[in-house]
Design a protein around this ligand. Sequence first.
Ligand code: NAP
Ligand code: G4F
Length: 349
Amino acid sequence: MIRALITGITGQDGSYLADFLLGKPNYEVHGLLRSRSVPNRERIAHLGPAEADGRLRFHHADLNDASALIRLIDLIRPDEVYNLAAQSHVRVSFDVPIYTAETTGMGALRLLEAIRRVSGEQRVKFYQASSAEMFGSAPPPQTLRTPFHPRSPYGCAKLYAHWQTVNYREAYGLFACSGILFNHESPRRGEQFVSRKITRAAARIKVGLERTLAMGNLDARRDWGFAGDYVRAMWMMLQQDEPDDYLLATGQAHSVRQLLEMAFGMLDLDYRDHVTFDPTLTRPAEVDVLIGDATKARDRLGWRPEVDFPGLVRMMVENDLDIARGELAGPIPGRPTSHIPFRPEPLGS
Ligand code: NAP
Ligand code: G4F
């Protein structure tokens, strides 16, 4: 059996990666859980049968606790480590910059160091979840040769983790890969990210649960793909003969406004009747356009995204419509009955 450790298994990508690896008969998956007052296992609840079979196991640890990471690596002795855990929200990173640097940046280093110290001669393969946010204001299309220019505490923290990954490969010969991923979404996307915020609101407005949607900058453009396609490529990177860095993207960008138009349009709604502007949802420094060039992943890994932008939006709208209709019918067990919208304090307050 191949033993894989996933940090961030309760998140969007971690849950899809767990699905993907457990779909292979020769994988045993270990998930890192951090302590929370309310368990957060919605995205992995369906994996109960794998847990019952012993092919999926959970362990408490935290990227901010080096001793726990050393203990975990020693206990599991993983063959593959996928570091997907992070404080991953860009706007929030302006409110908690030091926490973001600790978790998203230093957390990766703690994990790399735990692997180096504990695993010795064992050939552990390491995947780092790097981000298109590292390109920041670099003009599109962004390629693997584009100089980085991050525009947020999150982007800076990811860049630190990226270079540490490269450095552990070059300095210690670790099989370490950095996947620079452009935005990828799904029905499991967190509700504070713009795609899910929009599809969820459109569905709730459609069934009458809400009337308005407060938004920030509608002109930003992103290269949006489907998370299920992207986790497949994470695994592919670790199956190559040599470790390397890759960029994953669809190569096509849409604006937030176009996303609104499409999601609301699929429900025969006009977003202009519902969307209001809230300046607190803008960022002190914005990343205007991200469009990635995934030629290397296509040529070397044979990777291609299978879900296009309209297919992605439809999948998310349909899922959120089901949830909204269910909520109309009665409260869903384990889910809060009222949603508290994310409305950050104005910066500097
Ligand atoms: P996500 O849904 O926000 O999931 C983040 C995960 O990290 C959650 O499981 C969270 O646990 C965990 N986590 C947070 N702080 C932690 C800590 N201190 N110790 C241990 N675990 C911690 O993120 P995602 O969208 O799946 O993205 C996965 C990774 O790819 C992230 O590193 C993200 O920055 C990066 N990335 C994402 C995208 C994208 O478009 N989705 C693009 C490029 C890169 P809880 O459930 O307990 O909060
Ligand atoms: O969905 P977002 O919050 O994603 P963002 O900032 O692009 O970051 C995501 O993708 C990165 C990869 O490129 C990841 F590394 C990162 O972890 C995360 O998954 O915002 C997308 C765009 C931004 O330009 C934002 O200003 O949407 C704009 N936007 C406009 N109104 C909004 C809103 N974003 C959010 N979250 N909420 C709004 O109300």
